[in-house]
Design a protein around this ligand. Structure first.
Ligand SMILES: [Fe+2]
Length: 185
């Protein structure tokens, strides 16, 4: 079974809610001196909130809007991580962690594309959404408990400044907020 198949077969995150909450709390403590991590964590909270909004929706319009917002946020967040953060894992010698993170996010993109083709509020749509939520929450747990503390531990002050700037830049661009200097034509 390939890693992508294994991820696809995961329905709920293997970690308990308590373990996930603890990882999030510990990561928040590290974020005090790492602006990039503070932004990552607040985006993780928004992602979790949007999953809840979509799953709690009782009208098709609310469900559709929540999934659309979730897709936009997941896309911008994942691109910023893939461009600004995962390469640092590779450079710091954590290539297997970077590979895991990249592959999980690729799988989520596939699953989100499949979700787009399902009618909101049907059982099939709900199962797919629950499935994606489980995979994303597991991915977030791995980032918060392992990958990002590794980056924080090994980053110099210069690295931190680069990470702060690059993560914000990539996220903002994907969200459609282009820096003024690039607004040409
Ligand atoms: Fe993330």
């Amino acid at each position: 079974m390939s890693l992508l198949d294994k991820i696809a077969a995961t329905l709920t995150p293997p970690e308990s809610d308590e373990a996930r909450a603890e990882a999030h709390r510990d990561a928040k403590a590290l974020a005090a001196d790492n602006q990039w991590l503070a932004r990552v964590l607040s985006q993780h909270e928004d992602i979790e909130r949007l999953f809840a909004t979509a799953l709690d929706a009782t009208s098709e319009a609310v469900a559709r809007q929540a999934v659309k917002d979730l897709a936009v946020l997941l896309s911008a967040h994942s691109i910023a991580e893939e461009v600004a953060l995962y390469p640092v894992l590779v450079m710091d010698g954590h290539k297997t962690h970077a590979t895991e993170a990249y592959e999980e996010q690729q799988m989520t993109k596939v699953q989100m594309a499949e979700l787009e083709r399902l009618a909101p509020l049907t059982q099939e749509w709900r199962d797919k959404l629950e499935h994606i939520r489980g995979a994303v929450l597991h991915h977030v747990y791995r980032e918060e408990s392992r990958f990002y503390p590794e980056i924080v531990r090994e980053a110099s002050a210069t690295d931190r400044a680069i990470l702060d700037a690059r993560f914000a830049e990539e996220f903002d661009r994907s969200m459609g907020r282009t820096p003024a200097a690039l607004q040409v034509g």
